[in-house]
Design a protein around this ligand. Structure first.
Ligand SMILES: [Mg+2]
Length: 135
């Protein structure tokens, strides 16, 4: 899907001669603006449950619109930065799987370095090995 979005957005930009405006910094700021528009929809509400129960159809449509804006700018930003976004996402997901092994983190929201510290405290030999850099 990313490829379709990227191609269609490239065409959209080219047909309007907007490449001169769609530079990395401007696209990043546009992306942040769209994230802000998405955040505004959730602002001042109580905790929102998955599926957005109780939200009006117009509110749900706005969420879809803003999510689409975010994805469009993200995709275009990656393209102008010459980042292969699907590859970068898969690489990052693999790194996350290593950082957060399911058997160690299941049911917890701790950050990966808290697990490392916990592990070191349980096994002082491990901590000693990590304190000597370069060996
Ligand atoms: Mg928008």
């Amino acid at each position: 899907m990313e490829e379709i979005v990227r191609r269609r957005q490239t065409e959209f930009t080219a047909e309007r001669d907007w490449e001169r405006f769609h530079k990395p910094r401007s696209l990043l700021l546009a992306l942040v603006g769209e994230v802000g528009e998405l955040a505004e929809l959730f602002q001042w509400k109580e905790e929102v449950l998955p599926g957005l129960p109780g939200w009006r159809p117009q509110e749900r449509a706005r969420v879809a619109d803003e999510l689409a804006d975010v994805l469009i700018y993200l995709t275009e930003l990656a393209a102008v930065c010459h980042v292969d976004l699907p590859r970068a996402v898969l690489t990052k997901m693999a790194q996350n799987a290593c950082k957060y092994p399911a058997e160690k983190v299941r049911g917890s929201s701790k950050k990966y370095n808290e697990y490392t510290e916990e592990q070191n405290a349980q096994d002082p030999k491990l901590e000693t090995q990590q304190e000597v850099p370069g060996e």
